[in-house]
Design a protein around this ligand. Structure first.
Ligand code: PNS
Length: 162
């Protein structure tokens, strides 16, 4: 069966934890749409939508069945528009669970055909997040091992310029 899934997120910026989930999804499903939330009301992002997309494109160029897009508004509506019936999300520590559970149930009410599939984060990425990457980089710490090597310099340069 041909199955397309959406991996949604803020990706501000992409981390190795995101890439782990995207690449595992790309092996499990025929096509993966990585959808970056472009909400005009979200003013506190560190990277612009174009920057986030560029970093994701570069970091996934070895994955042939992955497309990077941005979306605005409700994810449940975007999924309908793209004819997609499954979202794939990574689940890290227990602290993620309540929020992810709430989003999954809300999406299901908004679009009853939409399932959410959770992949357990790899243990080495269990506590990795974009916010942690930003904090470490802005304080001069080494973020090698947290973000893809191919975009490491761009992320460091961008964050240290802030
Ligand atoms: O990387 P994140 O912050 O976990 O991603 C959250 C995201 C983008 C998946 C979520 O905020 C989202 O889907 N936003 C779109 C608005 C929406 O559909 N809200 C209702 C369900 S929570």
């Amino acid at each position: 069966m041909e199955t397309t899934v959406i991996c949604p997120g803020s990706f501000d910026p992409v981390t190795l934890g995101h890439i782990d989930i995207i690449s595992r999804a790309s092996k499990m499903f025929s096509y993966v749409i990585v959808a970056v939330l472009a909400n005009p009301s979200k003013q506190n992002s560190s990277f612009s939508i174009d920057e986030r997309i560029d970093l994701l494109v570069k970091s996934t160029e070895n994955l042939e069945n992955v497309e990077i897009v941005s979306f605005e508004g409700l994810l449940a509506e975007y999924a309908k528009k793209r004819n997609v019936t499954a979202i794939v999300k990574g689940l890290r520590a227990v602290s993620d669970f309540e929020y992810e559970f709430q989003m999954s149930l809300t999406n299901k009410i908004l679009n009853p055909d939409l399932e959410t599939i959770f992949l357990t984060a790899e243990s080495k990425y269990m506590y990795l997040s974009s916010s942690m990457v930003k904090q470490v980089a802005s304080l001069g710490g080494d973020i090698k091992g947290f973000v893809p090597d191919c975009v490491l310099d761009r992320i460091v340069e961008r964050l240290s310029a802030k």
